[in-house]
Design a protein around this ligand. Structure first.
Ligand code: PNS
Length: 190
């Protein structure tokens, strides 16, 4: 086990099974793992920082060496403030590599003593991203298996008004179509 603190920074909007898989792997090799949620990452996130914090706390509560926190500004500055020695990041596919490489090298330029460590999540999560989960859920699609149950539930709660509105519109359209048909028949008979 690597002594010291490692940081796993990200947006986690929302946390996915891929994130959880990486946290589990990281917790096994680092003495302490701080999952750090970036504040102000997007202008209009789906989940507030407080919601993401709460979900991640619930999901990692069983791991004594995992802590959830938030940060603002430069990640390396935050890492220094915790005396962290490593940054943990996940790489799913080769497409992640370019961005992750740039970020790791920029962070190294900013703070040469901080080492970025990459880990791969289980291949069954290799296509799972928060952005795609949001997109599927916003369109009313199933996200079971892609996110933990508690996140699935929160997505449903958050998107429930949208689902209801969609259903109401559908009922309205179908109702109008039926009454138009009836009116046509009535006119034919007359
Ligand atoms: O989950 P994400 O959105 O891929 O995480 C990106 C994150 C939060 C790790 C990255 O944007 C970050 O560290 N932002 C903080 C600002 C910073 O330090 N930027 C320079 C990175 S090279």
């Amino acid at each position: 086990m690597h002594k010291g603190i490692a940081i796993y920074p990200g947006s986690f909007d929302p946390p996915t099974n891929g994130h959880l898989d990486l946290i589990e792997r990281g917790a096994k090799i680092f003495e302490e793992l701080v999952v750090a949620i970036l504040r102000n990452s997007e202008k209009s996130p789906m989940f507030s920082v407080a919601e993401r914090l709460e979900m991640l706390k619930e999901l990692t509560g069983h791991r004594k060496n995992v802590r959830i926190d938030t940060f603002d500004g430069l990640m390396v500055e935050y890492a220094k403030s915790l005396d962290a020695t490593c940054i943990l990041r996940g790489i799913r596919a080769i497409s992640d590599y370019e961005y992750e490489l740039q970020m790791a090298l920029m962070n190294r330029k900013l703070e040469p003593t901080l080492e970025t460590v990459f880990m791969m999540p289980a291949d069954k999560y290799s296509y799972v991203s928060s952005r795609l989960v949001r997109e599927v859920a916003q369109a009313g699609g199933p996200v079971r298996g892609l996110v933990p149950e508690v996140v699935e539930q929160k997505l449903r709660e958050k998107l429930d008004p949208a689902y209801k509105l969609r259903d109401a519109r559908l009922i309205e359209v179908l109702g109008k179509r039926d009454s138009d048909k009836r009116e046509k028949k009535r006119k034919k008979k007359a």
